[in-house]
Design a protein around this ligand. Structure first.
Ligand code: PRP
Length: 214
């Protein structure tokens, strides 16, 4: 496509990206929560939005199926960032990556005693790096969602997951025992698009930069 394709995921990232798009003069024609369409037009003939899974945004941009995308730092660490230019931390969709355990579990003692912990997570790279840096022995169990369930049914001793309000942990009687990192979403740009479509992309990137929430 000659124009700009922007890859976004539904939910918080889409909602919090709307003001940034508006600042760049781009208004999506539909809300993906209401429509099942995966390609959404905008008020600009040369700009369209594609709706993909959050963890797939870097892949679409890496291969140039989308020129721009917005992806969480959590997702970008797992993807690795190949082929992606990451010019802006947009300071949206903020949360934190944490280690959490059942309320009664003495995590500090288990770590001190050198116990080998089973940890369930969607974020293998982040979890591996975190526990390796701390010298904690872990067996990582890959899950794709609902990580909070794993310790409740004996699949794992702990989880590594995103925490925003903390209500999911609380509702499942889990407590946060370590913060691994703060998370926010970043603008990612296909490196080839940036060269070929610079006149189209540069103004959008600049408007986004000016509209980043404090
Ligand atoms: C995320 C995350 C937690 C929850 C945290 O899941 O994995 O489960 O939100 O939010 P809270 O602290 O405000 O309760 P999400 O709903 O995005 O679904 P996912 O499992 O598909 O990632």
């Amino acid at each position: 496509m000659n124009g700009i394709t922007i890859a976004l995921s539904k939910g918080r990232i889409f909602d919090e990206t709307l003001p940034l798009l508006a600042a760049a003069g781009i208004v999506p024609a539909e809300n993906p929560e209401k429509s099942r369409k995966l390609i959404i037009g905008t008020n600009r003939d040369d700009v369209r939005v594609v709706i993909v899974r959050a963890s797939d945004v870097p892949t679409y941009v890496q291969y140039g199926a989308a020129d721009l995308g917005i992806a969480g730092k959590d997702v970008l660490i797992e993807h690795g960032g190949a082929g992606l230019y990451q010019p802006l931390d947009l300071n949206i969709a903020k949360c934190r990556m944490c280690v959490a355990v059942p309320a009664g579990f003495d995590y500090a003692s288990a770590v001190r005693q050198g116990a080998r912990l089973k940890v369930a997570t969607k974020y293998l790279n982040t979890a591996r790096a975190h526990f390796a840096a701390k010298g904690v022995h872990v067996d990582l169990i890959k899950l794709y969602g609902s990580m909070e369930l794993a310790p409740l049914v004996g699949l794992a001793d702990a989880i590594v997951d995103l925490v925003s309000s903390g209500s999911t942990l609380k509702a499942n009687n889990l407590v946060e025992v370590e913060e691994i990192m703060d998370i926010s979403s970043r603008l990612v740009v296909n490196q080839a698009s940036l060269k070929v479509k610079r006149e189209l992309l540069q103004p959008v990137i600049e408007r986004f930069a000016q509209a980043i929430p404090a």
